[in-house]
Design a protein around this ligand. Structure first.
Ligand code: SF4
Length: 426
């Protein structure tokens, strides 16, 4: 349904986008959303009337495929297409056509500070202006009731309310999710977080996302209550989600029973798995210890879940002196054993994909790169392109873009897919 409003606003209410998130050069809208267009910007809102995307339509906007996206944690992320649209550009580093530029320090290979770009920042002034125009337009009785309802929802979600809602989400999950698994890029980081355990096993020195807590699984009662409150929190917009993140840094260590309990409880409560969309996605982190500890047959239970499951494991290095340097209390034999198990699980279970992370950075030794390249070069078993290797730049690495030749050297020799891991919070 499309309406015209004062100030030359064109409104589309609850447009149905594509059923799933697709990797295309031009951003496709998935799920259901409403849209308001001015002559210069396109604003998209979720089913709760919360602003979600802004895209410039004027000639000053950097590129027609670029947009600003607001996350559930209330961060505005600028999706840039970069300066090289060939197959050697962002698609070859990230596996996607966009690089998310974050408004907080991260480990990106290419820092783009959109906050200092007036052509992007003008979009926020346009959003404030739109809000003011809607405030005036909403008083008009002549508007169709659907348009009035939409405007009412949008006006209820001013900047203060959006901030408060992000705090509420953190409160429900017991703290902000400091990092999402790299595989969540497959759903454009659009996940519902359910935290089933806190802390981690290793408290590695190099890690910038860890919590100080020792590992502790949460109780079923707490998880069930969290899921109930999340359903209430997401409200009508729940239907736009089809992916779950079981957190926090090592959900696999909580064991197959708790993972399956939480996944099934969330599946039922959130109503995942509608007939028109592909299988819901489940994301979690594991560790070398939790991967090695879990017996093979227990993965069968995860394989039977009504999800396609990604488990991401932090290996970091296969060189013993590098492991000591970064303060990860493991040796290369354990890493190699876990790496082999990853390949076996990927080959055995059709609904599970284990991916892994290794570090890159100027500070790391030639031995680190040699041993990593050899590991990835010598892989014999290649289960359907599964087992993506993510290379994560050390956060304090100077000259990050200079790491790209190193990245390509590893990628070109690897038998497994290799991409950059951008640390992104919710
Ligand atoms: S890398 Fe993983 S195991 Fe190590 S401190 Fe960070 S969260 Fe914990």
């Amino acid at each position: 349904m499309v309406f015209s409003l004062p100030s030359h606003l064109a409104v589309s209410i609850e447009k149905q986008g594509t059923g799933k998130i697709t990797k295309k050069r031009f951003p496709r809208q998935h799920g259901k959303h409403s849209e308001i267009r001015t002559s210069e910007y396109e604003f998209r809102f979720n089913l709760n009337g919360e602003i979600k995307f802004i895209r410039g339509l004027n000639t000053n906007w950097p590129h027609p495929s670029e947009q600003l996206k607001r996350t559930d944690g209330n961060d505005w992320v600028h999706y840039t297409v970069g300066d090289d649209s060939s197959e050697n550009g962002i698609i070859s580093w990230m596996g996607d056509y966009y690089l998310p530029c974050l408004p907080y320090p991260s480990n990106s290979i290419w820092d783009v500070n959109y906050l200092s770009n007036p052509n992007i920042m003008n979009a926020f002034s346009a959003w404030s202006q739109l809000y003011a125009n809607l405030y005036g337009g909403a008083q008009k009785n002549s508007l169709p009731s659907k348009a009035k309802d939409l405007i009412g929802l949008i006006l209820n979600n001013d900047d203060g309310m959006l901030y408060d809602r992000s705090k509420k989400l953190s409160e429900i999950t017991g703290g902000r999710v400091s990092v999402l698994p790299p595989d969540t890029r497959h759903v454009d980081y659009e996940i519902i977080p359910v935290i089933i355990a806190d802390g981690c096993l290793y408290h590695c020195k190099f890690c910038c996302v860890k919590s100080a807590k020792r590992f502790q699984a949460r109780s079923r009662t707490e998880i069930r209550e969290q899921i109930r409150r999340l359903k209430e929190f997401y409200g009508r917009n729940l239907e736009n989600y089809n992916a779950l993140f079981l957190g926090n840094h090592d959900a696999l260590e909580a064991g197959d029973e708790l993972v399956c309990f939480a996944a099934l409880e969330a599946f039922e409560t959130f109503g995942f798995g509608g007939p028109l969309v592909r299988a819901p996605r489940l994301f979690l982190f594991g560790s070398v210890g939790s991967l090695l500890k879990m017996e093979h047959h227990l993965f069968e239970k995860i394989n039977q879940l009504p999800f396609y499951t990604y488990i991401n494991i932090g290996f970091e290095s296969v060189d013993v002196s590098t492991l000591a340097f970064i303060g990860k209390p493991l040796d290369e034999l354990r890493i190699c054993e876990a790496f082999r198990k990853m390949l076996e699980i990927n080959a055995t279970y059709t609904n599970i994909e284990i991916t892994c992370n290794f570090l890159i950075g100027e500070q790391l030794s030639p031995e680190h790169y040699q041993s990593l390249t050899k590991l990835l070069q010598d892989v014999l078993c290649l289960p359907n392109g599964k087992g993506t290797v993510y290379l994560s730049p050390l956060k304090n690495s100077p000259k990050k873009r200079e790491l790209l030749p190193q990245f390509y050297e590893i990628k070109n020799k690897s038998k497994l897919p290799v991409y950059i891991y951008l640390i992104q919070r919710l």
